[in-house]
Design a protein around this ligand. Structure first.
Ligand SMILES: C[S@@+](CC[C@H](N)C(=O)[O-])C[C@H]1O[C@@H](n2cnc3c(N)ncnc32)[C@H](O)[C@@H]1O
Length: 265
């Protein structure tokens, strides 16, 4: 039976209760530390200070990153993979830590959002990408090359992923598109594997993991976001079969959106 474990609290503490080498895939969408008076954004067509919430203002982001990434490495199986999303605000720190911890960095995925909001200021390029590191403990890790190829219309998948930002399903300010997580979970795990998200937010990773019949452990510190995630995951339905859906697509669609899990794997 599928196990969904949602934990409310600080990932820095709660990760310590998870068994060594017990997780197949970790997707982490941590605070990027991009809120504060030095970071501007566009709100209702006007320049405004970027404020995602208190959780996005961390005094020593490098120390914070080192603490949670170290725990993630401890709980990751030897053939598991760790996927970490971010922007230039936290990625230099994440990259250094992955190297310090002697992880094998498999790829850096560039997630391109063709519909990213325009930039009002005319002093730089409009940000329209996020970066996702993929790392493992060694060169022997689980990676479903064939499903990646299938999802890319029968062609080898590259590390540039064009996935539009979606209208949010919840009030969380940084909700990720389900399509992004569908790719990650299908490529990084099999049915019955365990996926963990230490910064669950609105629960996107849990929704997709459950839909695709993976066990899920999610951690969230904020009570309101925790409630949103729980409600969303509780109401998610597990899918029976991807086969019909795959047939229907016939490899023709450029932007395949998965809706069913694959019982053959
Ligand atoms: C970038 S958001 C994740 C969004 C998520 N991927 C989604 O699709 O909704 C980061 C989340 O981490 C939570 N958070 C911040 N610090 C935390 C900590 N120490 N432990 C657990 N959660 C934390 C925040 O409350 C926020 O909801």
């Amino acid at each position: 039976m599928l196990k969904i474990d949602l934990l409310k609290g600080d990932a820095l503490h709660l990760l310590k209760d998870i068994k060594d080498k017990s997780i197949d895939v970790i997707f982490a969408d941590p605070p990027y530390n991009l809120s504060g008076k030095n970071y501007l954004t566009c709100k209702n067509g006007k320049v405004a200070v970027c404020d995602k919430g208190k959780w996005d203002q961390i005094e020593n982001i490098h120390e914070f990153n080192r603490d949670w990434i170290r725990e993630c490495v401890r709980i990751l199986k030897d053939d598991g993979t760790l996927w970490i999303s971010g922007t230039l605000h936290n990625h230099p720190s994440v990259g250094i830590i992955l190297k310090e911890l002697k992880l094998w960095v498999i790829n850096d995925i560039i997630w391109f959002k063709p519909n990213a909001a325009p930039l009002i200021q005319k002093n730089r390029f409009a940000p329209s990408t996020e970066l996702i590191w993929i790392a493992a403990k060694s060169k022997k890790y689980y990676f479903d090359y064939e499903i990646a190829k299938y999802l890319n219309n029968g062609k080898q998948m590259r590390n540039l992923w064009e996935i539009p930002a979606e209208r949010h399903k919840t009030s969380h300010p940084t909700e990720k598109p389900e399509r992004l997580l569908e790719r990650i979970i299908l490529i990084g795990s099999k049915e019955g594997d365990t996926v963990l998200d230490p910064f669950m937010g609105s629960g996107t990773t849990g929704v997709v993991a459950k839909r695709l019949k993976r066990n899920f452990i999610g951690i969230e510190i904020d009570s309101d976001y925790f409630k949103i995630a729980k409600k969303r995951i509780d109401s998610t339905v597990m899918r029976d079969s991807l086969v019909e859906y795959f047939k229907q697509l016939g490899g023709r669609n450029k932007n395949i959106q998965l809706e069913f899990s694959n019982p053959k794997r």
